[in-house]
Design a protein around this ligand. Structure first.
Ligand SMILES: Nc1nc2c(c(=O)[nH]1)N[C@H]1C(S)=C(S)[C@@H](COP(=O)(O)O)O[C@H]1N2
Ligand SMILES: [Mo]
Length: 318
């Protein structure tokens, strides 16, 4: 008999999910049922906690017995330069990010430009939970239970033609929402924030467009309503609050490469053997942990992605 063998990173939720995640979900389920009665207290609680996502598929999750960071940790230490370069302050400023009626433009090497509401777009896809390591180029890391759609599913929907070799993402430009975009003199980086992937990287099963975490919709400070997650790459590739997705022929010039090409490249694969010009990448500090731990090649996803870079000099394509 043939058994469908799950990839090593995939395990059932019950095998891996710590108690906290279950508790969190249970509280959502309770709130969900109670909200039929619709008291203001419940509505307020839901708004505060983010709305629970319906019809979520829990059958896929990355395992390796990863210990999840808490919701509090994941939402209290953020890089989101459109607000501020202070990681601790992002969560206090992100309330201006109004995602009501969020529109996404899909253009470039496709049949016809698509403009669609985020709410309508997301209905077309199956949601997956993916528990991934997340490693910032600065040397901190965390483990996050993301909720999202497969980027490959999105690409199949957009249906780019064969000339498309790369996918390019852009964060919303709106200086009413993002205070640093109104900073005429010394913005932290050039806006809108831009990122990109080679098409085969984008089609890899690990690549997702995340729309939530811990089973609820994406907190504003983490890039609501939709952001990229590519867990084998440094965190800056995981562009937040996406408003435009384009299929292009040439390698997009991503924001950090543009701002400092000596230090940041296009690929940004997590690699303990290639140091940042100003610090080592051999180790990392997990949020909430005192001792550092070893950084893994491709952030621990070598089996899934190493083939994408066969024959490439990873010191050159950093
Ligand atoms: N638009 C936008 N996306 C962004 C950033 C940013 O400043 N602006 N920072 C990046 C960096 S450097 C990291 S480490 C992650 C942080 O994601 P988190 O706040 O959810 O941990 O977002 C990435 N995506
Ligand atoms: Mo980062």
């Amino acid at each position: 008999m043939n058994y469908l063998k799950k990839p090593s990173w995939q395990l059932d939720e019950k095998e891996i999910t710590p108690k906290e995640l279950f508790d969190k979900r249970r509280s959502f389920i309770k709130l969900g049922a109670a909200s039929i009665v619709s008291s203001t207290a419940i509505v307020e609680a839901l708004a505060k906690e983010n709305l629970p996502i319906k019809n979520l598929k829990y059958n896929e999750a990355v395992n390796n017995n990863l210990e999840l960071n808490t919701y509090e940790q994941i939402t209290s230490y953020n890089n989101f330069y459109e607000f501020t370069t202070s990681k601790e302050r992002v969560k206090y400023m992100a309330h201006t990010l109004d995602t009501n009626g969020w529109r996404i433009t899909i253009d470039g090497l496709i049949d016809k430009k698509i403009e669609i509401d985020f709410d309508d777009l997301i209905k077309k896809f199956t949601l997956h939970e993916r528990i991934y390591r997340f490693r910032c180029v600065e040397g901190w890391s965390m483990v996050v239970p993301w909720v999202g759609i497969k980027l490959s599913d999105f690409i199949k929907y957009a249906n780019p033609n064969s000339k498309a070799k790369y996918i390019r993402f852009e964060t919303l430009f709106d200086d009413d929402i993002f205070p640093d975009q109104a900073n005429m003199l010394f913005p932290a980086v050039e806006y809108p924030y831009v990122e990109g992937l080679r098409m085969d990287e984008a089609m890899n099963n690990l690549s997702i467009l995340a729309v939530g975490l811990y089973g609820s919709s994406m907190p504003k400070q983490n890039g609501a309503p939709i952001r990229l997650i590519v867990p084998w790459k440094y965190g800056f590739k995981s562009i937040k609050s996406i408003a435009k997705i384009s299929f292009v022929e040439k390698e997009p010039l991503n924001t950090w490469q543009k701002s400092n090409p000596k230090e940041y490249g296009f690929y940004a694969n997590v690699n303990p053997n290639v140091d940042h010009p100003r610090w080592s990448q051999k180790r990392e500090r997990v949020l909430g942990k005192f001792f550092k731990q070893k950084t893994l090649m491709f952030n621990g996803y070598e089996k899934e992605v190493a083939h994408l870079y066969k024959g490439m000099d990873l010191t050159k394509y950093f």
